[in-house]
Design a binder for this molecule. Sequence first.
Ligand SMILES: Cc1cc2nc3c(=O)[nH]c(=O)nc-3n(C[C@H](O)[C@H](O)[C@H](O)COP(=O)(O)OP(=O)(O)OC[C@H]3O[C@@H](n4cnc5c(N)ncnc54)[C@H](O)[C@@H]3O)c2cc1C
Length: 290
Amino acid sequence: MKKFDYYQPETLKEAFSLMEKFKGRAKYVAGGTDLIVRIKQKVIQPGALISLRGIDALKSIRHNGGLSMGSMTLIRNMERDAVITRDYPALKQAVSVLANPQIRNVATVGGNFCNSAPCADCAPPLLVMEAILMIDGPGGTREVPVDDFFKGPGENCMDSVEILKAIKVPDIRNPKFKTGMAFLKTGRVAQDLAIASAAALVSMDGKICRECRLAAGSVGPIPLRLRRAEKLVKGEEITPELLEQVGKTVEQEVSPITDIRSTEEYRRLVTGVMIRRGIGQAIGMVNGEL
Ligand SMILES: Cc1cc2nc3c(=O)[nH]c(=O)nc-3n(C[C@H](O)[C@H](O)[C@H](O)COP(=O)(O)OP(=O)(O)OC[C@H]3O[C@@H](n4cnc5c(N)ncnc54)[C@H](O)[C@@H]3O)c2cc1C
């Protein structure tokens, strides 16, 4: 492994000027669970690592009507957070099956997004919750909807100096309707990266679905929002026949590849099944069955 310098700034400003000094030869590091693996595999060989651990502005979870998570929030702390467990159960389900407890104790939510893997477990639930990413750079802060963040495998809309500061999730409770949500994941074994993952959010007005948001991971170059399938459900009574149709639409809407973890065909099929089950579980939550 090539030697690199290591810095631990205490402010965002300090981090930006260090990154500018290294002119693209440095990398930010959060928990390091992705980055250090890639350095060890010699996929990347940065001249310096700039740790985000010492920056207080990136820490802590706040509940202020909605939810605001500093990018350095540990996956383990999200898993244990009482408000996430109560109000954002799809996110709780996702972080509870991300890797294993050892990884969850050091991995961060910001790293999960900035790594920009199509299989990032936090992405599908935060897509259906329409989260906003707060991105800071030397020129100030910009807000990016999570749907616009990912650009390709390992690519996102941030430049190399920018830092993901926080992720904001609006209050998804609707005073007029009852909202339920779910996250499902299929892997080869427990604690593995997803073969496919799926998230569903529904707001129900009696038997009619007023809002339906669906998303999937590991079945395209980026985590995907499934808008064609959503349109079939919005404004409708959710019957077994409709769910069948939704499953078939999802199979067509995703664009998976065959790789070491699974085949393209299986990924299409299992995502259709998981979206159907996810909608069922979300309705079960609305009806107080779960
Ligand atoms: C054994 C193993 C199992 C895993 N299983 C899963 C799994 O089941 N599901 C899953 O989703 N992931 C899994 N991962 C991947 C990884 O653990 C997660 O993606 C984790 O959330 C990454 O967070 P981190 O803090 O360790 O990121 P790091 O490795 O520190 O950083 C990842 C990337 O993001 C950049 N970065 C980090 N934070 C910021 C920021 N705030 N602003 C700008 N750039 C930033 C870094 O420069 C780097 O390029 C696994 C990894 C391992 C080693």
